[in-house]
Design a protein around this ligand. Structure first.
Ligand code: ADP
Ligand code: ADP
Ligand code: MG
Length: 651
């Protein structure tokens, strides 16, 4: 067995790998970018090495820097985690050339499965069912359009080099094909440096069911059961579970055999996932699933498999990389109870799930039986704009699916994320959604239920604002009590308070930047704060910070701050004509010129952040009076992108 490991990753996955490595007695070596000097994964490891500036392309993705760190630290092996270099065959080769073991498959297997078109061709040869479609070399738009027509709509255009749901477009009718193709190619070129695509039949009522496989260097391959990852948004997993609802032992064996055949066909070694798309209409069936791709690494959602098998998959990875045989034979692989994982993200479900970065003013997770929390951050850390904005994974295990979902939903309700917005409330509603509970769902479930999941603007939560205003008032009173020079009465107009009745005052505040007025009624028992007639919500959690009070209610954050009487009226508005970057990102394209007349809803620019493209549109009719950014520029959250001068109303 190895005595040391360099973990070529960051965040929760680096922490996860370090935990097992330490338990196995390995010396753990972290790497970090300039943004991560104080990060949890650095603190958890025995030693740490700097590998470059904050952007991943200049640190976590630089093979030479990581190999140099591994040599300096005399690491026996390198674990790549997932994301970053985990599926990069050149990295695995560089490890071998440096005499360091790579905890992952051989480079040849990574190459065989790295491109979706070649992988599908290989699988066809191995007798594994693949999604019908075109995965040849021809890339001419007219030709592809004809293929799509032959396959029959709806179709899915996929980047052959794709991953993370990027470069993918569903097309429902021929008229939309060309625009979709162009978008997929542009995204693929930008993300992977490879614009090539393939076309697949879009499977209706699709369920994403994947098999966890393991193979050793002695020719053995087994599967550790399936995971169902059908709850997705933008083709990305949101909630994953094991076993898959409706899975029979016979079908599991059939899918497992296909998955191990896939592994054997590419000479696989180590942990891998074979992803299938299944036709869920009328239940899962043996002739209703097709190979989509193989991920040649550990998967984000591996903890649900660990929960139902009681195994440590990272330990297995180390053992196999060290040349040991698989610890179990297929018939000994357990399936115990049910497990569900939710990906807790710093994002705003009400604003199209935009990433929400910044300091974690508060971060708390519940603890309990059957609950596991994997995270890479702690209270006080920041969610940096450079990396994936995942805060944590919450994993619940129970005797039944309902028990696991109850545990997970309750844990999400008790989770406190303050500062960046999070999807905690959204995830909890998902766990409680009736149809999902009933096992009646496919990959379109989230998109179809955005309204009931409250993933659209919810407007002001007046009871939460009242709770924030009450906290601000308490702070003010405390300050007055300790500061002898301060005006002794909180009625003082200069202090932002105004007298508007004998026992009634108003407190001007902002709620998420919008001006709001809280009413304070002085009762003998103490002040009662209301907003729009609603009293402070008893179930709200208020966290005081330097810039205001953050109120958390039903997983939703409202930031309440005192409003300065002088600036109150000006506020943060641009009359609708100010176009701001909704998050930190890169300007991919600008579609208008200065002086150009635009109409409401018109596409103005595209900004890319994390894994997504966001289109900025005009909120009003007008003329572009200023463009403040250039293509490819990095912009901060809230930065001015352009100004639209409103068109004067026609007389
Ligand atoms: P999976 O099917 O396991 O979700 P993805 O292809 O979506 O696989 O990506 C794997 C995971 O790797 C992501 O969910 C994310 O946590 C991590 N990841 C991907 N890209 C990055 C990145 N640029 N920085 C940090 N982590 C990343
Ligand atoms: P990525 O490399 O981005 O993970 P995948 O090929 O695994 O790409 O597809 C991502 C998701 O897109 C799948 O989990 C599934 O929900 C959906 N998807 C992929 N192919 C199809 C298809 N042919 N029909 C319906 N949905 C699909
Ligand atoms: Mg996939």
């Amino acid at each position: 067995m190895f005595t040391s490991v360099l973990i070529a990753n960051r965040g929760e996955i680096a922490c996860r790998i370090a935990r097992t490595a330490r338990r196995m007695g390995l010396r753990t070596i972290a790497v970090y970018s300039q943004a991560d000097g104080q990060a949890l994964h650095v603190r958890l490891c025995d030693e740490a090495h700097a590998i470059g500036p904050a952007p991943a392309a200049e640190s976590y993705l630089v093979i030479d820097n990581i190999i140099a760190a591994a040599k300096a630290a005399r690491a026996d092996c390198i674990h790549p985690g997932y994301g970053f270099l985990s599926e990069n065959a050149a990295f695995a080769e560089a490890c071998a050339a440096a005499g360091i073991a790579f905890v992952g498959p051989p480079p040849s297997a990574m190459r065989a499965m790295g491109l979706k078109d070649r992988a599908k061709a290989l699988m066809e040869k191995a007798g594994v069912p693949v999604v019908p479609g075109y995965h040849g070399d021809m890339q001419d738009a007219k030709f592809l359009g004809r293929k799509a027509y032959e396959i029959g709509y709806p179709v899915l255009i996929k980047a052959v080099a794709g991953g993370g749901g990027k470069g993918m477009r569903r097309v429902d009718k021929h008229a939309d094909f060309d625009v979709a193709l162009e978008g997929a190619q542009r995204e693929a070129q930008a993300a992977f440096g490879d614009a090539r695509v393939l076309i697949e039949k879009y499977v209706t009522a699709p369920r994403h069911i994947e098999m966890q496989i393991f193979a050793d260097t002695h020719g053995n391959a087994i599967h550790l059961n399936e995971r169902d990852c059908s709850l997705q948004r933008r083709h990305q997993k949101v909630i994953e579970e094991a076993p898959a609802p409706g899975m029979s032992a016979a079908l599991r064996a059939t899918m497992g055999a296909a998955a191990t055949a896939a592994a054997k066909a590419c000479g696989y070694v180590g942990a891998g996932t074979v992803e299938f798309i299944a036709d869920g209409a009328g239940g899962l069936k043996a002739d209703g699933f097709w190979f989509m791709e193989m991920n040649t690494r550990l998967q984000v959602e591996h903890p649900v498999t660990e929960a139902i098998t009681g195994l440590d998959l990272v330990e297995w990875q180390f053992r196999i990389a060290a040349g040991e045989t698989l610890p179990l034979t297929q018939d000994k692989v357990p399936v115990q109870g049910h497990a569900v994982e939710a990906r807790l993200y710093a994002e705003d479900p009400e604003r199209g799930f935009l990433p929400s970065t910044g300091k974690l003013v508060a971060l708390q997770f519940p603890q309990g039986q059957g609950l596991r929390v994997d995270t890479g951050v702690e209270q006080g850390d920041a969610v940096a704009p450079f990396y994936d904005p995942m805060i944590a994974k919450l994993i619940a295990h129970g005797d039944t699916r309902d028990a696991a979902l109850n545990t997970l939903a309750n844990a999400l309700d008790k989770t406190i994320v303050v500062g960046p917005r999070s999807n905690a409330g959204f995830l909890s509603r998902l766990c409680r959604a009736d149809e999902f509970r009933g096992g009646d769902f496919d990959t379109g479930f989230i998109d179809r239920n955005l309204a009931s999941l409250k993933a659209e603007p919810q407007g002001l939560d007046a009871a939460a604002v009242a709770a924030g205003a009450r906290e601000l008032l308490a702070q003010k009173r405390a300050r007055i009590a300790v500061d002898a020079d301060a005006p002794s009465s909180p009625w003082d107009a200069a202090d932002g308070f105004q007298l508007s009745g004998p026992r009634r005052v108003v407190l001007p505040v902002t709620a998420d930047g919008e001006p709001v007025t809280a009413q304070i009624l002085h009762e003998p028992s103490g002040p009662v704060v209301t907003v729009d007639g609603l009293a402070a919500a008893p179930d709200a959690v208020a966290v005081a910070a330097a810039d205001g009070v953050y109120v958390l209610r039903h997983g939703r954050q409202t930031k309440v701050a005192l409003r300065d009487a002088g600036t109150a009226a000006a506020g943060d508005h641009g009359g609708g004509g100010l176009v701001r970057a909704p998050m930190h990102g890169k300007v991919l394209g600008i579609f208008v010129e200065k002086g150009e007349a635009v109409t409401r809803g018109q596409r103005l620019a595209i900004i890319e952040a994390m894994k997504m493209e966001h289109t900025l549109t005009a909120a009003i009719d007008g003329t572009v009076s200023e463009i403040a950014v250039t293509p490819n520029a990095q912009v901060g959250e809230g930065a001015t992108v352009m100004m639209i001068a409103p068109r004067s109303p026609s007389p």
